[in-house]
Ligand binder design. Structure first.
Ligand code: URA
Length: 245
C-alpha cells in the first residue's frame, strides 16, 4: 500500500503517469513497477497503485517523475549521418540533438537508418508513439529513392507486387515518377510496412543498390520545403488526424 495518498479524485495509475511523462510506454512502465523500480512517497509501488503528482512524490529509478509535460509532436527533416537511438556507443550525432533547444525531451517515432534522410516525427507522447509504431498500424510511407542501375518494367512490377526478403514477402507497394540519370535511377516508392532497412533490402534484392534514400511523405504529412536539420511542430489538427489515420 502507498502511504499518505491524498486527493483521490485526481489519482491515476502509475503506468499512465509514467507514459504521460514520456518516459516509456504503459506496458514498459508496468514492467518497471513490477521490478520495484518505482516508489511512491518512499514506498516501493505495486502494480495497480495510483498517485497524484500534485501531492505524491513518485520516483522512477530514484529520479522524481515530473508532472505531465505539454505534449508535442514535431516533424524533423533528418539529415544523413544521424542516428535515431537516444544513446550511441560510437558517439555519433543523434536526431535528438537537433531538437535539444526544446524544453521537452523528445524521442523519435520509429527509425530511419543512419544514412536515410527526410521526414521523421519526434514526440514526448509515449501513447501516440506506441500507437503509430504498432506493427498493425500500416500507414503509407513514401521514399524518394536513388539506385545504381535502372528500374525496368520487370523490377518495377516486382517492387509493386512484393519482393521476397529473408523475413518474408513484402506487401504491395507503389512506384511513381521514375527518372533515369546516367547509370542511376530515381523513383518514389510507397510502402505500408516498416520493416528494418526495408527499402534498401527490397532494392538490393533486385540488384539495385540504394545510393540515396529520403522519406518525403508519411500518411498525409509532406516534408515539403522543410530544410535539412530543421523541425516544425505539428498542429493539433494534424495530430488528431494522425491518431485516426
Ligand atoms: N527503408 C530503409 O531501407 N531505410 C530506412 O531508413 C527507411 C526505410
Amino acid at each position: 500500500m502507498i502511504p499518505r495518498v491524498k486527493a483521490r479524485a485526481v489519482q491515476q495509475r502509475l503506468q499512465k503517469l509514467i507514459a504521460q511523462a514520456g518516459l516509456a510506454s504503459r506496458r514498459t512502465a508496468e514492467e518497471w513497477i513490477a521490478a520495484g523500480r518505482v516508489k511512491v512517497n518512499g514506498a516501493i509501488a505495486s502494480l495497480g497503485d495510483r498517485a497524484d503528482l500534485a501531492v505524491d512524490q513518485v520516483l522512477v529509478d530514484g529520479r522524481p517523475l515530473a508532472r505531465a509535460e505539454q505534449k508535442l509532436v514535431v516533424m524533423l527533416n533528418k539529415p544523413s549521418g544521424y542516428v535515431c537511438t537516444l544513446k550511441d556507443p560510437q558517439g555519433r550525432k543523434r536526431v535528438t540533438d537537433l531538437v535539444a533547444d526544446l524544453p521537452q525531451r523528445l524521442f523519435p517515432i520509429g527509425r530511419l537508418d543512419y544514412n536515410t534522410e527526410g521526414l521523421l516525427l519526434l514526440t514526448n507522447d509515449g501513447e501516440l508513439a506506441q500507437l503509430l509504431s504498432h506493427p498493425r498500424h500500416h500507414v503509407d510511407k513514401t521514399y524518394l529513392v536513388k539506385v545504381r542501375g535502372h528500374l525496368n518494367p520487370q523490377t518495377s512490377k516486382q517492387l509493386t507486387e512484393g519482393v521476397r526478403l529473408a523475413d518474408g514477402v513484402t506487401l504491395p507497394a507503389r512506384v511513381a515518377n521514375v527518372r533515369l540519370q546516367g547509370k542511376n535511377c530515381w523513383f518514389e516508392l510507397t510502402i505500408r510496412e516498416g520493416r528494418n532497412r526495408q527499402v534498401r533490402r527490397m532494392c538490393e534484392a533486385l540488384g539495385l543498390p540504394v545510393s540515396r534514400l529520403k522519406r518525403i511523405r508519411l500518411a498525409f504529412l509532406e516534408l515539403g520545403q522543410l530544410p535539412a536539420g530543421r523541425y516544425r511542430p505539428l498542429s493539433a489538427a494534424e495530430i488528431a488526424r494522425l491518431r485516426s489515420a
